[in-house]
Design a protein around this ligand. Sequence first.
Ligand SMILES: Nc1ncnc2c1ncn2[C@@H]1O[C@H](COP(=O)(O)OP(=O)(O)OP(=O)(O)O)[C@@H](O)[C@H]1O
Length: 273
Amino acid sequence: MITQSTLTELKPSSQPATPVLSARGLVKRYGRVTAMDRADFDLYPGEILAVIGDNGAGKSSLIKALSGALIPDEGEIRLDGEVTRFGSPMDAQRAGIETVHQSLALSPSLSIADNMFLGREIRRPGMLGSVLRMLDRPAMQKIARDKLSELGLMTVQSINQPVETLSGGQRQGVAVARAAAFGSRVVIMDEPTAALGVKESRRVLELILDVRSRGLPIVLISHNMPHVFEIADRIHIHRLGRRLCVINPKDYTMSDAVAFMTGAKAPAEELAA
Ligand SMILES: Nc1ncnc2c1ncn2[C@@H]1O[C@H](COP(=O)(O)OP(=O)(O)OP(=O)(O)O)[C@@H](O)[C@H]1O
């Protein structure tokens, strides 16, 4: 049953007014296709915000803009209230935003530790002026081991095991651990359970809750309604390139959410974002 919640009520009362990450009026056009049509977004400290929407609603475009992989034609993004511009994914990473892509972006033949530090290896101080500094493998292995055990992921036999020898759930675990290790402000997860079985999905959901309990807010893009309703604090519903509304999963059913997503039902006026 639809209750008459207001947007204000949807923010947990402990939340300060400033979102960690927000966007206003994002627009992205590809020729005649408008992938983002004045899209808004707000992520508050310590929350799991699910982003749901029908195929082609523009979720990936929104997430790409928030993670520096797409430069919007219009609109603004704010980090801790300050207007920011991400020219590349590296810019967003430097600002503390880590994204776990659906493809995971892991190198199968490399070890778990090497994958965790791919592209940001730790190097030993080299000879004065030397560009070719040696990799500090012991340091990277120690941090990788610490991060994985912090998240209860030390079921993998060795930190030096190639990623291709891991199960789908363990690989997802490595990708989440990497994001949690380097993301100081926000972790974005794109369909983290899409390719997993029931047991592995469960473990990944627990991992996401672990990451939240360590204080990092999470954006979860998912088509899996039971997962979304189980772990999200708020649900951002995207439709036709923009945020349609934000709901509290305690106040709505999965059928309500699907009806909003598909346009079968309109949200109450005060919910409209
Ligand atoms: N690079 C591109 N070139 C042309 N059109 C694009 C491009 N990227 C996205 N689009 C279009 O923009 C719209 C929104 O796409 P987007 O991938 O953001 O949606 P989505 O909600 O993530 O969809 P899905 O759930 O199917 O992954 C779609 O119509 C898509 O075809």
